[in-house]
Design a protein around this ligand. Structure first.
Ligand code: NI
Length: 269
């Protein structure tokens, strides 16, 4: 019964994700070639505020048998993250980050405080909280104010609770020899990849190589206007065996830092 609860949670997250990330469906077909695709991990985002922090999201997965397995810090982006793993290695890992709101300017803190005040009591304890989408009203003006300071703060304000990305396990993908091979196939089919930190983040020595598409764009209804903004992206991960011959299951801070840039409105390089 635990398995079906898990399956149901991931199915809800996937359906919600593809609604604003149509390229994920096409990529699924392109890389899967009719075979099922194994999901390496999903990523979730939140603000570090009482009752909606990283561990409040994590509690949903602890309940389903997951355990915390890694801690990460992104000083410049003002983020803290942890990843969770399930005892069954076939179950996707979960990477949860939170924005250290207290380190933002008072103007940004004020906007986020206004969003936070709109949450009903006990919001994050509700069973569907992780795929509720945006649970607050937000103006395009406030979105832009947040954007000027933190791409992450703005994305979360606009999209709320949902998977920020799913990840194709390249290890489990038939017919591809390398992440380079996957990237080339994607580019040949016209998909734009995130070049922040290079096309491939990490290497065999780090035991993890990652790449990602640039986020799709979605029309978002703000309180004052409709606007098209970056939504979600698809990630590709190739894991290498560690000294004990087991596939590395963690994440690399320097690579994850660049993967976050996939939802940026403004791209450098
Ligand atoms: Ni990821």
């Amino acid at each position: 019964m635990r398995v079906s609860e898990l399956d149901s949670l991931f199915e809800h997250l996937w359906q919600q994700y593809v609604e604003i990330t149509p390229s994920a469906q096409s990529i699924h077909a392109l890389l899967g070639r009719g075979q099922p695709i194994v999901n390496d991990h999903i990523a979730l985002r939140t603000y570090a505020l009482p009752d909606i922090g990283l561990e409040d999201l994590g509690a949903h997965f602890i309940q389903l048998g997951y355990e915390y397995a890694g801690d990460y810090d992104f000083t410049i982006k003002k983020l803290r993250a942890r990843h969770l793993q399930h005892p069954d290695p076939a179950v996707p890992k979960v990477f949860i980050s939170e924005l250290k709101v207290s380190e933002l300017s008072s103007a940004a803190q004020h906007i986020i405080g206004m969003l936070y005040q709109q949450l009903p009591p006990g919001f994050m304890r509700q069973s569907d909280a992780l795929y509720r989408g945006r649970p607050w009203q937000l103006s395009f003006h406030d979105y832009q104010m947040l954007l000027a300071e933190s791409e992450y703060a703005a994305w979360l304000a606009a999209f709320g609770y949902r998977a920020n990305h799913f990840t194709v396990s390249v290890n489990a993908l038939a017919g591809f020899n390398s992440l380079d091979d996957v990237n080339q196939t994607l580019q040949d089919a016209g998909f734009s990849l995130n070049r922040s930190g290079g096309l491939i983040k990490g290497d065999a020595y780090a035991l993890l190589e990652q790449s990602s598409t640039l986020a799709d764009h979605a029309q978002v209804q703000f309180s004052d206007q409709l606007a098209s903004i970056p939504s979600c992206f698809y990630e590709f991960a190739l894991r290498y065996p560690d000294a004990h011959g087991r596939l590395y299951q963690g994440f690399i801070e320097a690579s994850a830092d660049k993967i976050f840039d996939s939802t940026n409105v403004h791209h450098v390089g």
